[in-house]
Design a protein around this ligand. Structure first.
Ligand SMILES: CC(=O)SCCNC(=O)CCNC(=O)[C@H](O)C(C)(C)COP(=O)(O)OP(=O)(O)OC[C@H]1O[C@@H](n2cnc3c(N)ncnc32)[C@H](O)[C@@H]1OP(=O)(O)O
Length: 146
């Protein structure tokens, strides 16, 4: 079965700087969510070839802290579309120069395609035929109830 090339994308990675920390000297949660939002927004934009807006962050889990110098990366999966929206899952990982990647967070972001007046417009239909991709999407959708 043909794999959907848009299904899952690694994108938006960055290194934690000192000016991204909170008062506890760990990566500020808001900074992390902002990076997620921007990363997923770019993918949503590439999927629809239109303007997009975040319409909801359904869930975000901060599982582990990140520190200065950590390399943060995102694995973004398009789970489903509706008439005007795209629902994405994101897994966030951190890695140092001498360690394996560690999952530090995850979440569900919903984006909407909009026109120049910021009014909703239709999103291209999303079909996944590859059984492995379908199984991953099913598992995530059940886990997050989306
Ligand atoms: C990347 C960024 O930072 S963007 C900046 C942050 N985002 C914003 O400022 C967006 C502000 N919000 C808005 O402008 C408006 O709410 C819009 C344009 C997103 C939606 O406007 P409306 O026309 O009122 O939306 P409406 O209620 O008709 O819903 C449109 C679609 O969004 C979906 N939707 C709306 N709210 C939600 C929500 N909270 N959760 C999930 N889906 C939602 C609806 O189910 C509907 O889907 P469908 O048409 O595919 O079935």
């Amino acid at each position: 079965m043909e794999k959907n090339t848009f299904y899952q994308v690694e994108s938006g990675d960055f290194f934690v700087d000192a000016d991204m920390l909170n008062h506890l000297n760990i990566l500020h949660g808001g900074v992390l969510v902002k990076h997620c939002d921007s990363t997923i927004g770019l993918l949503a934009n590439r999927y629809t070839h239109s303007r997009v807006l975040t319409v909801a962050i359904k869930e975000f889990n901060f599982a582990k802290p990140a520190h200065v110098g950590d390399h943060i990366s995102f694995s973004v999966t398009l789970l489903k579309t509706s008439r005007h929206t795209m629902t994405f899952h994101v897994e966030v990982r951190r890695q140092t120069y001498d360690s394996d990647p560690v999952a530090i967070g995850n979440g569900i972001f919903i984006f909407i395609a909009v026109n120049a007046d910021l009014k909703p417009i239709p999103v291209p239909a999303y079909t996944v035929q590859d059984p492995e991709q379908q199984a991953f999407i099913k598992q995530i959708r059940e886990e997050f109830a989306v």
